[in-house]
Write a protein that binds this ligand. Structure first.
Ligand code: DAH
Length: 341
């Protein structure tokens, strides 16, 4: 029996160390320690031993059993460790692989300029107003004192949305003057940037859609001096403190008197060059004192209140600031162009 037990120990231990999976290991356990296992079978023969042999064999049998059990446990632990190591190896994250670059956008150059201008006016106490691009002809023309035969009312110039010419895509932001006065009354100090639409063929300086910034100040005692002082301050913020301006008489139906404001060409200093098309001056905005008829139409007494208004083109400003030579580049959204700003 001694030999039998020693043989079982040797075979069991070698089978255990050769078991490479959990189920193989379990099969070994059953083979030796199970109810019908080999060690169990030997123990059942204990009864046939002599009283002297029994305790000796009993001790040896216990030793074999505990050796086999210890080996089973150790191998089970080794297998679990190996399985974990394999799992971790399979999940390895290689942080040295270059990531996928994601394209981050940025502000469009025209909105960079718009935000700068808003900032200038906000600092001067102006409010920013937003208004409809689909507008009534009444607001776009009539309340702005545009005569019935004014060329800009023509179907060839303006996008009308109804047969009776009552609804249109606004051709200027000036209707926001009316909306501001009707909505908020006086005193008022606002700018209103936004899209405007005209039936123009697309070329380097024209687009059927572009942006304007309208401005309006109405209060008691507002004069042409306020208009000049305010616009000069704004222009010098935008173009630099030494910018020379020129206020040139002009006509707009909704202002009287009206003017256009030029800046002296910063490239040639007024001598004339390609930037100013040989003029020495560059037109930057239209302005004027709000026409008494317009004030009265909005329920404001022109004997008590007066005001000034102005309008400028945003694309032209951005083109000047960023030296953009073709208006189309601003709207085409070609990333190669936009990435430069
Ligand atoms: N609305 C005019 C245009 O589109 C620009 C303009 C001129 C606006 C004089 C004004 C102004 O407010 O006072 O040509």
């Amino acid at each position: 029996m001694k030999e039998q037990l020693e043989a079982i120990r040797a075979l069991a231990l070698s089978a255990i160390s050769g078991a490479e999976t959990g189920s193989a290991l379990e099969a070994v356990r059953v083979q030796y320690l199970g109810k019908k296992g080999e060690l169990t079978a030997v123990l059942k023969q204990m009864g046939s031993l002599t009283p002297q042999e029994r305790p000796v064999m009993g001790q040896l049998a216990n030793e074999v059993r505990s050796a086999v059990e210890t080996a089973l446990e150790a191998q089970a632990a080794r297998l679990a460790e190996k399985a974990l190591a394999e799992k971790l190896a399979g999940e390895t994250l290689d942080v040295t692989i270059p990531g996928k670059k994601c394209q981050v956008g940025h502000k469009h150059p025209m909105y960079t300029v718009l935000d700068e201008i808003k900032e200038i006016f906000i600092n001067m106490g102006f409010e920013i107003m937003d208004g409809p691009e689909i507008e009534q002809a009444d607001y776009n023309f009539t309340k702005l004192n545009a005569p019935e035969n004014h060329p800009s009312r023509d179907w060839t110039d303006t996008f009308y949305l109804t047969e009776d010419s009552s609804i249109l895509l606004r051709s200027q932001t000036s209707p926001m003057q009316i909306r501001a006065m009707e909505t908020y009354g006086v005193p008022i100090r606002m700018i209103s940037p936004g899209r405007v639409y005209r039936k123009d063929e697309v070329d380097a300086t024209h687009s059927p859609m572009f942006h304007q910034i309208e401005g309006l100040v109405v209060d008691k005692g507002i004069t042409m001096a306020d208009l000049k002082g305010t616009l000069n301050a704004v222009i010098r913020e935008i173009y630099g403190p030494n910018t020379v301006t020129r206020f040139r008489p002009h006509h707009f139906p909704f202002t009287e008197p009206s003017c256009e404001v030029d800046i002296q060409c910063h490239k040639c200093g007024g001598a004339g060059c390609p930037t100013c098309k040989g003029e020495g001056w560059i037109e930057v905005l239209g302005a004027g004192m709000v026409h008494p008829k317009v004030l009265r139409g909005c329920g404001i007494d022109p004997e008590v209140y007066s005001g000034f208004a102005f309008g400028m083109g945003l694309e032209r400003l951005a083109m000047g600031q960023f030296k953009i030579s073709d208006l189309r580049l601003i709207f085409e959204n070609d990333a190669r162009f936009l990435e430069q700003f």
